[in-house]
Design a protein around this ligand. Sequence first.
Ligand SMILES: C[S@@+](CC[C@H](N)C(=O)[O-])C[C@H]1O[C@@H](n2cnc3c(N)ncnc32)[C@H](O)[C@@H]1O
Length: 155
Amino acid sequence: MRIEIAAVGRLKKGPESQLVSDYLERFAKTGRGLGLPAVHVSEVEGRRGGGMLAEADLLSRVIPEGAALVMMDERGDQPTSPEFARKLAHWRDSARDVCFVIGGADGLAPDLRARADWQISLGRMVWPHMLVRVMLAEQLYRAATILAGSPYHRA
Ligand SMILES: C[S@@+](CC[C@H](N)C(=O)[O-])C[C@H]1O[C@@H](n2cnc3c(N)ncnc32)[C@H](O)[C@@H]1O
């Protein structure tokens, strides 16, 4: 199994990149004992590179072939954290690669969104893509703690 985050835009050094690194390191540490691999992040050029369609093309190149495609989109499903953890365990148990995709300022091109196996919303409001990356990293870590039975998640 491989876990990939494919995201538009380069995360500069700063609070968001620190948070993403922190949660992904924690995920790697907790996931190790659960058969979950460390998350790999692929960044592609944002707007200046040619808009939503150009971004979709660049994203398609870094999406692992055959991976379950999970698009981050405010119009998507709103799973609970335990539901998200169960889905992650399902991909792990079926040795399926998974790729989470985060769009840029204009969002994800409709043709790319149409390829999604699952669309996840972090609420109906639109968040900046850098914060979406932080929140996704946190939810991955939370999912690992849920699967590990550790007390981080207390809902
Ligand atoms: C600034 S948003 C782009 C919003 C754009 N207007 C659209 O229609 O998609 C950048 C990216 O962050 C992610 N995103 C923003 N808000 C989100 C939310 N509430 N839930 C899930 N992903 C979100 C999506 O991947 C989106 O493509």
